[in-house]
Design a protein around this ligand. Structure first.
Ligand SMILES: Cc1ncc(C[n+]2csc(CCOP(=O)(O)OP(=O)(O)O)c2C)c(N)n1
Length: 345
């Protein structure tokens, strides 16, 4: 499954949901989507089938106002039907209200009052340690949310109890409800701040790139003796210039005209993500790239012409090929089967 493309597809579902319910925190929904997709479709051991298992991973959307993105992901995961969600969201008497509530299958904790997700996750992670469970606990916070003092009490406790089964993500889109985070309540230097609280900190340069998020979550799993936070640099309203980086899109329902443009932009981004997953021309290719012409190819690249090819590259013409290379015109290291020049090991 191409998760980057899926994130754009689920953004479209989210925009449709907001139009149907005539309400929604659209900006933060768009910025957080790739984080939710990577968590629900690659990282976490959570499904409708294992919600009764005490070994499942636990997730809390601490920035609960992004519930429309969360609902869209849970529907795609099979927790409830997309049709029912679209029909009932934000209607009188509906289960699908404007913030997460744990009466709904798939949701662990009520949220929306900012600042509570991390402290509760500290308790979940501590319980996991005490009960010798192998589950991991994940939470996503907004950067505006970090102005809540309870976040820092939780952060302090998490490192005190050495909760390496806890991974927090900050959706660092640099906007909150009434303006830029740095003017409302400044956080710089966020990396140093979490570090000084005893956390392992990973900066995700592009927090709307599932490949980068994947690498960061994988690193988090290897950390021992302290919790990890991902500072995911995202774009509020990601997916369409109509919404991107605009504070008045924190909570908004697109007009017909805006909706048409947003749909067009999201579809273009989805198609680009699909194409990019298969081919990459120039620059660096990330894990999962099938073909790569020029530049450097990373793990998982199947074909590579020019530049350096990393492990798992099957064919390489010119440049250096690493372990696993089958054919190569340049230099070959361990594992190469055919080579015109020099063969090592
Ligand atoms: C305790 C509390 N205070 C105020 C609010 C109102 N509120 C809702 S969203 C929001 C801004 C949050 O900004 P951020 O965490 O950066 O979210 P994002 O930009 O990702 O949507 C505020 C202040 C709230 N939900 N809870």
């Amino acid at each position: 499954m191409n998760l980057q493309a899926l994130a754009y597809e689920l953004r479209r579902d989210t925009v449709d949901l907001i139009r149907a319910g005539k309400a929604g925190h659209i900006g933060g929904d768009m910025s957080v989507m790739d984080i939710l997709v990577e968590l629900y479709f690659r990282q976490m051991n959570i499904s409708p089938e294992n919600m009764d298992s005490s070994d499942r991973d636990l997730f809390v959307l601490s920035k609960g106002h992004s519930v429309e993105a969360y609902y869209s992901v849970l529907a795609r995961k099979g927790f409830f039907s997309k049709e029912k969600l679209q029909e009932e969201f934000s209607k009188y008497g509906s289960q699908f209200i404007g913030h997460p509530n744990n009466k709904l299958s798939g949701i662990e904790m009520n949220s929306g009052s900012l600042g509570h997700g991390l402290p509760v996750c500290v308790g979940m992670a501590k319980a996991g340690k005490m009960n010798h469970k192998s589950y991991r606990v994940y939470t996503v916070m907004g950067d505006g949310e970090l102005a809540e003092g309870s976040v820092w009490e939780g952060a302090m406790a998490a490192s005190h109890y050495k909760l390496d089964n806890l991974c927090a993500v900050v959706d660092r889109n640099r906007l909150q409800i009434s303006g830029g985070t740095e003017e409302v309540m400044a956080h710089e230097d966020l990396h140093e701040r979490f570090k000084s609280f005893g956390w392992h900190v990973i900066d995700v340069a592009d927090g709307n790139d599932v490949g980068q998020l994947h690498a960061a979550f994988e690193e988090a799993k290897t950390v021992k003796g302290r919790p990890t936070v991902l500072i995911a640099n995202t774009v509020k309203g990601k997916g369409s210039p109509v919404m991107e980086n605009k504070v008045n899109w924190h909570h908004k329902v697109p007009t017909d005209e805006e909706y048409a443009q947003i749909c067009e932009d999201l579809e273009r981004a989805r198609e680009a993500a699909l194409t990019e997953g298969l081919e990459h021309v120039g620059g660096a290719a990330a894990a999962g790239c099938k073909e790569h012409v020029g530049g450097a190819a990373a793990t998982g690249c199947k074909e590579h012409v020019g530049g350096a090819a990393a492990a798992e590259c099957k064919e390489n013409v010119g440049g250096a090929a690493a372990g696993g290379c089958k054919e190569n015109g340049g230099a070959v290291v361990a594992g190469c089967k055919e080579h015109g020049e020099e063969v090592r090991a």
